[in-house]
Design a protein around this ligand. Structure first.
Ligand code: ATP
Ligand code: MG
Length: 365
């Protein structure tokens, strides 16, 4: 260890969602390696500035992010960030063993074949999963359209934020939940589902062991509930948000008739994804489904998901996974405001996973 090495290091994760902007500061004591949730900020995303990873109103969003930075007491920061709501293409391929640089070139030249996106429009990343016999290897490929990522990174740069990494939501979520033991590890054959119910979209991802297998973006989330209540009850958006938080999923509440259609759409889309995966992978057991995101805090929603999943697996004559709410803050040491962190843990999960990615990267520097 160098004589002047810093004893304390801060790491930042920024999650700019449809509904809320989340900025998390993790602090690591380099002597003990212990990590603490030092500070966090959650502020509403100005209406209609971000739509599923696409920036619609850069000037207004910039104002909100700069304000957040000011509240953190910083003029500039290095952050890991994420793009949610965009379709991700996840594939596993087998290729001859080759160095990373060479594999990058192969992916570039084969972009259309692997992702159906021309190389110039593609942002791709890969992870070597394992070495195979006969000098081959198995590789996880992740790709998406490049333009929204470039726009996000440029916007952050103009606010004084340097994006050290643009992660994908499923990996940030899983890192957050596994690292804090909010999600138990499984044997390599078993699958874990993470469902992040946000404001604009719900992201469902399935992992076999720790390996990402499938990602689905479901176009039903918190905003759809609010919108349905506003229309059904003939109230403003703000009033509808208030009613949503007050009643949750209660079949006897006055908002239930309005809430029911989007709720059923969400349950159905989750069921379709799980059934598709289970039927395609009959030998695998889906052990657990962990639900995060602000939208998951709708009272009664996790129980409704659990009942629906139970029904599906009874029909499939397979043991049903355990469905539970995921909260990284239950297990993460917190410098201040432990109760608020605990209450907001499901919303902060992705931002915490982003900052943890920086902790991990720093340890391997
Ligand atoms: N207690 C609660 N009950 C019901 N809904 C809630 C509660 N708390 C937050 N929400 C909802 O959570 C949503 C915001 O969650 P989150 O911050 O995870 O979304 P986001 O990341 O901004 O959206 P996206 O991931 O789609 O970009 C809003 O729709 C909000 O109404
Ligand atoms: Mg989100």
């Amino acid at each position: 260890m160098g004589l002047f090495q810093r004893r304390i290091k801060n790491f930042y994760g920024l999650d700019v969602g449809n509904g809320a902007i989340k900025l998390v500061e993790l602090r690591q004591d380099m002597r003990t390696s212990s990590v603490v949730l030092q500070r966090f900020l959650i502020r509403p995303t100005p209406a209609d500035t971000v739509q599923n990873g696409t920036i619609k109103n850069p000037a207004e969003l910039k104002g909100a992010i700069k304000e957040l930075l000011r509240e953190m007491g910083a003029r500039s920061l290095k952050v890991a960030t994420v793009l949610t709501g965009q379709n991700l293409i996840v594939r596993q391929i087998e290729v001859p063993r080759m160095p990373a640089e060479e594999l990058k070139k192969v992916i570039h030249t084969q972009a259309d074949h692997y992702f159906g996106i021309p190389a110039e429009d593609l942002a791709a990343d890969f992870q070597v999963l394992r070495q195979l016999p006969q000098n081959r290897m198995q590789v996880l490929l992740v790709g998406s359209l490049k333009q929204p990522i470039v726009e996000l990174v440029d916007l952050l740069q103009s606010c004084g934020l340097r994006a050290t990494r643009v992660d994908i939501e499923p990996l940030a979520a899983m890192r957050s939940l596994r690292w804090t033991n909010a999600v138990a590890s499984t044997v390599a054959e078993d699958a874990t589902v993470i469902l992040d119910i946000g404001a604009g979209t719900s992201n469902l991802s399935i992992f076999q062991g720790d390996e990402l297998q499938l990602v689905r973006v479901i176009g039903v989330a918190g905003n759809d509930f609010t919108q349905a209540i506003a229309e059904g009850m003939q109230v403003s958006w703000q009033e509808a948000e208030g009613l949503k938080l007050r009643y949750g999923v209660d079949p006897n509440s006055p908002i239930f008739p309005s809430l029911r259609p989007p709720l059923e759409r969400l349950l159905r889309q989750v069921s379709i994804s799980l059934e598709f995966y289970q039927v395609e992978n009959r030998s695998q057991c889906i052990r657990q489904m962990c639900v995060i995101g602000g939208g998951s805090q709708l009272a009664g929603l996790v129980a409704a998901l659990s009942a629906d999943v139970q029904e599906l697996f009874t029909r499939l004559e397979t043991e049903a996974p355990l469905v539970f709410a995921g909260n990284p803050c239950t297990y993460l040491a917190t410098a201040t405001n432990a109760q608020a962190a605990q209450d907001l843990g499901p919303t902060l999960a992705v931002a915490i996973g982003l900052a943890l990615g920086e902790v991990v990267a720093s340890a391997t520097d």
